[in-house]
Design a protein around this ligand. Structure first.
Ligand code: SF4
Length: 294
């Protein structure tokens, strides 16, 4: 990415406010999994129940810099308008977040089903029980007990910049300073252990989902989502989804909707004529071996 000479990158407008192409005023610079591009982002939602055609039921198009998880409320609102809300919505890891899972459940009765973000604190990575899951929380009395059995001394609710409820918890210096396992619990030189918690419902949902996602039942359920990867691949390879034919967000969205309609027609035709759903792609050599063996 190029910056204007003499301007500090921090003085530049956010990527959402910065035009990225002289040919298209709506296009923006976006990055995902280390790859950057200028333009747009598409979010496809499809049916993945067995015994029905796997049609695309929603197409959302945004400028490239918009984060995936910002789209979930809009997608649910669009599905609700058309009475197409599912009981379970299988999602990519980019769309998960404890707050979103709780909001989807409370607003629409939907279970957002996808990989829960793991706790990325150094205590969690060390796996020695000093991350938040190793502390027992009494939500009623607003106290937390640490792995050494000490009780917190401060419980302070606050809101993050994004408006999410959070709780700051402190332990006592008198407990943490002489603690025999202190170095496994905090890296602070003198200060006692502090903890940041999500709001109760979000915290409990996250802990439950983090544990569930390692089970076989969870993996089987999530495997149903693999179809959407095939759809995206079909849209990109067969219909050049990643090439905007016309400038502007509105026309690019129309292109995406028409692409989804074409995919749907092909799928409905396949379903009516009894063509089975495509299975995983096989390597040419593997196909040749099968052909040679036939
Ligand atoms: S450092 Fe403090 S909070 Fe951590 S285990 Fe020891 S006493 Fe408990």
């Amino acid at each position: 990415m190029h910056h204007s000479p003499g301007r500090d990158p921090k003085d530049l407008p956010s990527s959402g406010g910065r035009q990225a192409s002289p040919y298209d005023q709506d296009a923006r610079y976006g990055v995902k999994r280390g790859s950057g591009w200028v333009g747009y982002k598409t979010h496809l939602t499809e049916v993945c129940e067995p015994d029905v055609p796997h049609v695309v039921v929603n197409v959302a198009t945004t400028a490239a810099q918009v984060a995936d998880n910002e789209l979930i409320p809009f997608i649910h609102a669009r599905l609700a308008e058309r009475e197409l809300l599912p009981d379970i919505h299988l999602i990519d890891s980019g769309y998960t977040g404890g707050e979103l899972v709780v909001a989807s459940r409370n607003c629409y009765g939907i279970e957002l089903f996808g990989p829960a973000r793991e706790d990325c604190s150094w205590q969690a990575k060390a796996r020695e029980g000093f991350d938040s899951s190793g502390f027992s929380i009494d939500w009623h009395s607003q106290t937390v007990t640490c792995p050494q059995g000490k009780t917190s001394t401060n419980w302070a609710p606050w809101r993050t910049k994004a408006g999410e409820e959070s709780i700051h918890v402190d332990f006592a210096k008198a407990d943490c300073t002489p603690c025999p396992v202190r170095t496994k619990c905090t890296r602070a030189k003198r200060e006692p252990r502090q903890l940041t918690l999500h709001a109760r419902e979000v915290h409990q949902t996250l802990q439950r989902n983090r544990a569930a996602q390692h089970t076989q039942a969870w993996k089987q359920q999530y495997a149903l989502r693999s179809g959407i990867e095939g759809t995206i691949s079909q849209a990109v390879r067969g219909f050049q989804l990643r090439r905007s034919r016309y400038p502007g967000l509105a026309k690019t969205h129309l292109q995406h909707v028409l692409t989804a309609a074409a995919i749907n027609l092909a799928r409905i035709d396949a379903w009516l004529t009894g063509v089975p759903l495509a299975t995983s792609r096989r390597h040419h050599l593997e196909k040749l071996q099968t052909a040679a063996a036939a």
